[in-house]
Write a protein that binds this ligand. Structure first.
Ligand SMILES: Cc1ncc(COP(=O)(O)O)c(C=O)c1O
Length: 418
């Protein structure tokens, strides 16, 4: 690290140190009248949000895509819930557990814009999507469509269905830089045959951050009698949207990603009327046809469920619109500085509607793993290497606590290496 980079780096890591330790609500009160657009590049405002996190001083964290760890406020509440559940023991489980879970589903369905009867709590996106893929009444010869850029283990779940039921998994490839929504919709349309039953589509491609035109894809698919399951691992509480507006049949998300819930919480949305058509993965007590038959897990960490309410409070206090605008601003802040630099390849579209907080960048002369290693060893920047599925580079995922000073350190590192 040269002297200039070192000073920038120290400033970037220390930025929150200058902030007064004020309660989040008090801080937000001061900015009540400011719009999402006005605040997107207001470093002072976001420094106040940053002050609510305990950040490791060892590196700049640009890998929030795996897990968006909790701000102090939510973490303290979580620890409180663990203590409380532990204090009451089975009394808690037998008296209020079920009511509290209903409350959580109620708040989550408000956030998702759907009916509580369309939403189930799961442990993650994987469980939610695999419930759907396993739950379809497959016959030999049925077809399913997915993309090479979808999450690997979910694609493999379809491969398991190939082995078990003799279905055909039809895998297409989404371009990193589509010319239009029409190009993407056509790609999926051309893959449909009279035997296609289900399509898996990523709302945001996890390795590049590309947002796909879900509503248009769903409208086209429904016109051809094909159901659509959407992988929303990276979009719930990242983008500001209502699930029913997407027009999909099933939607899955992990709450430990952008909602900053403790590890091991997810949702499964099943459009009204679709739940009876799916087999359960695990039998529940009632054996009814409603969505509860799809979400039985047995005894699990209920303190995590309770913390969902606190995480929703934190998210809604910041404001979904403000969060989306800030994340898009951060991504654009660094990608716009490196898109035209020789030897640098940005694997994420530039159009605002096709990306938000996540983007992917490679250096032509470096393997992604070497790039990630050098970023950490030399520049103290934590990222993740992606090398496959048509993408070579590092995935860069800032969060609401990320500063533009940190991104300056990252941009300088990229330019120096390129
Ligand atoms: C697009 C996508 N789908 C599914 C998953 C799986 O999420 P989880 O491990 O929380 O089930 C991930 C994880 O990163 C992902 O990026």
């Amino acid at each position: 690290m040269n002297k200039r980079t070192f000073i920038q780096h120290s400033l970037a890591l220390g930025a929150a140190g200058f902030m007064p330790r004020m309660a989040l609500s008090e801080w937000l009160e001061k900015y009540q009248s400011y719009s999402a657009v006005e605040l997107a590049n207001d470093e002072q405002f976001w420094a106040g949000i940053r002050a609510g996190y305990k950040l490791k001083p060892d590196y700049i964290n640009l890998e929030n895509g795996y897990y968006c760890f909790l701000p102090r406020e939510t973490l303290d509440k979580y620890v409180g819930h663990i203590r409380e559940v532990n204090f009451h023991g089975s009394y808690y489980m037998r008296t209020v557990q079920a009511d509290n879970k209903k409350k959580v589903i109620g708040r989550l369905s408000e956030l998702a814009g759907c009916a509580p009867s369309e939403l189930a709590l799961t442990r993650n996106t994987t469980e939610s999507l695999d419930t759907v893929v396993n739950g379809i009444h497959w016959n030999a010869g049925d077809e399913a469509i997915m993309a090479q850029q979808d999450y690997g283990s979910i694609v493999n779940q379809f491969k398991l269905m190939e082995k078990r039921y003799g279905i055909v998994a039809n895998i297409l490839s989404v371009p990193n830089h589509p010319a239009s929504d029409g190009e993407i919709v056509d790609l999926y349309r051309k893959a449909i045959t009279p035997k296609t039953k289900l399509m898996l589509v990523s709302h945001m491609v996890n390795i590049t951050g590309q947002i796909l035109p879900i509503k248009k894809i769903c409208d086209m698919a429904h016109g051809l009698n094909v159901q659509v399951a959407v992988d929303g691992a990276h979009t719930f509480a990242h983008l500001n949207f209502r699930i029913p507006d997407l027009g999909c049949d099933y939607y899955a998300a992990s709450l430990h990603k952008w909602l900053s819930v403790p590890l091991g919480a997810g949702i499964l949305y099943v459009k009204e009327g679709r739940a009876p058509g799916l087999f359960s993965l695990m039998a529940d007590w009632s054996m009814n046809d409603d969505i509860t038959h799809l979400a039985h897990t047995g005894t699990h960490p209920v303190a995590t469920d309770l913390t969902i309410l606190d995480a929703i409070d934190f998210y809604t206090k910041i404001g979904p619109e403000r969060k989306e605008a800030r994340l898009r601003h951060l991504q654009n802040y660094w990608t716009s500085r490196v898109r035209d630099v020789k030897n640098i390849v940005v694997n994420t579209p530039a159009e605002p509607a096709r990306a938000c907080g996540i983007a992917n960048v490679g250096i032509k002369t470096m393997k992604p793993a070497d790039l990630a290693k050098k970023l950490l060893d030399k520049y103290k920047i934590w990222t993740v290497a992606i090398d496959g599925q048509g993408v070579q580079g590092c995935r860069i995922t800032p969060n609401v606590y990320t500063t533009t000073a940190e991104l300056d350190v990252f941009v300088n590192a990229l330019v120096e290496m390129a």
